[in-house]
Structure formats: structure tokens, C-alpha cells
Ligand binder design. Structure first.
Ligand code: ZN
Ligand code: ZN
Length: 260
């Protein structure tokens, strides 16, 4: 629970209720109506846990991607002498490189709720964690703009939000790097990627993305998505951005699968 700010300010005849008081009241009321939940077990957080946005039992639960990981796509490697994963050794990518925070299998249920069960609020915790882990790297990469992988508009209407956009906005708030949510549009309702092989995935994504502005001035863009599997989606958006004049595309995803 946040501290209640001083209610009045100004020494004049009529006391003025401070703006911060209304903000505090609004956030307290929102928490009462929509209590904050732990992103990993979905339990309502106690007032002590509220600040951390995670419950005390779940702090050790997710499996973080750690060194050694693929220098191109960020996938977990087991051999410290390897620089790239098998997939990145076999084929080239349009993006420069990217990183992921969690091993997908360790946060599968959390990802499901984040995408399909209206738990957009998890983005606040995830964005904070992503910037805590990779903020220095984003600065080193000299990112000018954060861009979420867009969702097809019809799908977004049904789901209510695009989880990649929620993540991108949260990363922008935490890092101070500006986010551009409307820059790339998904104009094709692509089939679910998990049903397709690698070759079919690329064909499925052909001409799926367009850049809305014809005057893109960014040099280095950070793409944001919830999961990285083969990289076909990130490559397709990177191609569209580079066609519009962006020089380098990096990415960050919340999770990454173990295999290819
Ligand atoms: Zn928990
Ligand atoms: Zn790789």
C-alpha cells in the first residue's frame, strides 16, 4: 500500500486538495476492486508483497536464461564453448541479436493467463524485470525506439489487448526509451505458428506486416514480444522495418523455448 499524501496544500482561505491525493485514492480504489495478483501463481498479493508485485513463494519459481546463451537469439546453451545455438548456426536472421528473460517451460501457465485470461497487469512486473536484467544492454545497443510485435486487429479486439504492447509500454516506462505502438501493423491474420513447420512459418508471415509511417527516422529499434520460438515473426517485422529505413533491429522477449 502506498503512503497517503498530505491532503491539502496552499495556505489560502480555501484549502486545495492536492492532485497526488486523488491519484493515491484512485490507485487504492483500483487495488480494492481489482486486487493485484502474483504473475506466477495468480494469488492476490498481501500489502507487504504489493511493492514487489510478486508473492514471497514465487520469487525462485521462474527459470532465468543464464550464461551461456546464444549470442544471436538468446536461447539457453549448455556448452560454454558454443557461441550460437544450432538454429542460428544453420540459418541467418534479419535481426542483429536479441535476448530473452525466462525459459518458457517454467512460466507456461503465467504466459497463458497473461495472453488469454485478461492478466495484462502482469506486464508491470515483467517490464520491471526485463529492464532490471537488460537495461544496460539496451543502453549499450543505443536503442532509439521500442516497438511491440503487433497483433492482428480482429484478434486484439477479441482478446482486449496485445500482450506484446503491454510489455513494450512497461519496458518504456522503466527504461525511459520511447515506445511506438502504432508503427507496425499486422495486416494478415496469420495461422498459429505452433501448428506450422519452419518453412511454413516464413510463408505464413510473408507480407503480414506493414509500416504505417513512410518516414521512419530510427536507426536502432528494439522489438518486443512475449515469446521467441524460431524467430520467424521477429525476422518478418525486422524486414519490414529495414525496408522502411531502420538500420538495425534488436529484440527482447519475455520467454524463449529450449528447442528450435
Ligand atoms: Zn506467487
Ligand atoms: Zn540462437
Amino acid at each position: 500500500m502506498k503512503m497517503m499524501p498530505a491532503v491539502f496544500s496552499g495556505g489560502g482561505y480555501v484549502p486545495v486538495i492536492k492532485k497526488e491525493y486523488f491519484e493515491w485514492l484512485f490507485s487504492e480504489l483500483t487495488d480494492l476492486v481489482y486486487p493485484r495478483r502474483c504473475p506466477f501463481c495468480d494469488r492476490v498479493l498481501s500489502s507487504d508483497e504489493h511493492k514487489k508485485l510478486i508473492c514471497s513463494e514465487c520469487e525462485e519459481k521462474p527459470k532465468y536464461i543464464h550464461s551461456p546463451y546464444c549470442f544471436k537469439c538468446g536461447k539457453q546453451l549448455s556448452d560454454p564453448d558454443e557461441e550460437y545455438c544450432e538454429d542460428c548456426r544453420k540459418r541467418s536472421h534479419s535481426f542483429v541479436r536479441g535476448v530473452a528473460l525466462y525459459d518458457y517451460s517454467s512460466i507456461r501457465m503465467s504466459m497463458y493467463r497473461f495472453k488469454y485470461s485478461g492478466r495484462a497487469e502482469y506486464a508491470e512486473y515483467f517490464g520491471r524485470e526485463l529492464v532490471y536484467s537488460f537495461g544496460d544492454l539496451f543502453r549499450k545497443w543505443e536503442i532509439d525506439a521500442i516497438v511491440p510485435v503487433p497483433m492482428y486487429s480482429g484478434k486484439e479486439r477479441v482478446r482486449g489487448y496485445n500482450q506484446a504492447e503491454k510489455l513494450a509500454e512497461s519496458i518504456a516506462r522503466e527504461s525511459g526509451i520511447p515506445v511506438f505502438t502504432g508503427l507496425v501493423k499486422r495486416v494478415k491474420n496469420t495461422k498459429p505458428m505452433k501448428l506450422l513447420g519452419a518453412g511454413e512459418r516464413a510463408a505464413n508471415l510473408k507480407n503480414a506486416f506493414i509500416i504505417v509511417s513512410n518516414d521512419v527516422k530510427f536507426n536502432k529499434v528494439l522489438l518486443v514480444d512475449d515469446i521467441y520460438t524460431t524467430g520467424a515473426t521477429i525476422d518478418a517485422v525486422a524486414d519490414a522495418l529495414m525496408d522502411a529505413g531502420v538500420s538495425y533491429v534488436y529484440f527482447v522477449t519475455l520467454s524463449i523455448g529450449a528447442g528450435c
